[in-house]
Design a protein around this ligand. Structure first.
Ligand code: MG
Length: 164
């Protein structure tokens, strides 16, 4: 089953988008490291690794369907933030954009009657629900505890416990 032109295009775009996500989170990780938040830096680095895995999952799927992945330029990510909250708010907004892209791939696959890709995208749809929920919870927590040095020290310590 060869991929249709349309499905191929949105999947290649998504490989790029996931690599861009990885790039954004790595940039956030680097910023956190430079500001002394080693826990947030670790969390973001794990997030960056996870995004690269997402890209490779789609990359491998394209190969499996006998496609050849065409890689495009990855835009430079933002590199400065004014607060911890701004970083996580950006993360949430970015994940919401990614969810819309994943939904679009499901839409395109469905209209192309490519049910194998619809099925493949189910994992990503569920993953996006989890991503939005986990990042949304962090944003809510920052709203609740405020951004004092004490509260950020504790949150940094908590998020630094992330494994994988
Ligand atoms: Mg992703």
């Amino acid at each position: 089953m060869t991929l249709s032109e349309k499905v191929f295009k949105v999947l290649c775009d998504q490989v790029n988008a996931e690599l861009y996500s990885s790039y954004i989170y790595l940039s956030m990780s680097s910023w956190f490291d430079s500001t002394g938040y080693s826990g947030f830096a670790k969390w973001m680095r794990a997030q960056a690794d996870e995004e690269r895995e997402h890209a490779m999952k789609i990359y491998d799927y394209i190969l499996e369907r006998n496609g050849r992945v065409i890689l495009a330029a990855i835009p430079a990510p933002k590199s400065e933030w004014s607060s911890v909250k701004e970083v996580f708010a950006d993360t949430l907004a970015h994940e919401q954009k990614v969810s819309a892209m994943i939904n679009n791939i499901a839409d395109v696959s469905f209209s192309e009657k490519d049910y194998a890709t619809v099925e493949f995208m189910n994992w990503f749809l569920k993953e996006q629900v989890e991503e939005e929920a986990s990042v949304g919870a962090i944003v809510d927590k920052i709203e609740m505890i405020g951004e004092s040095k004490n509260s950020m020290y504790l949150l940094d310590r908590d998020l630094g416990k992330r494994v994988g």
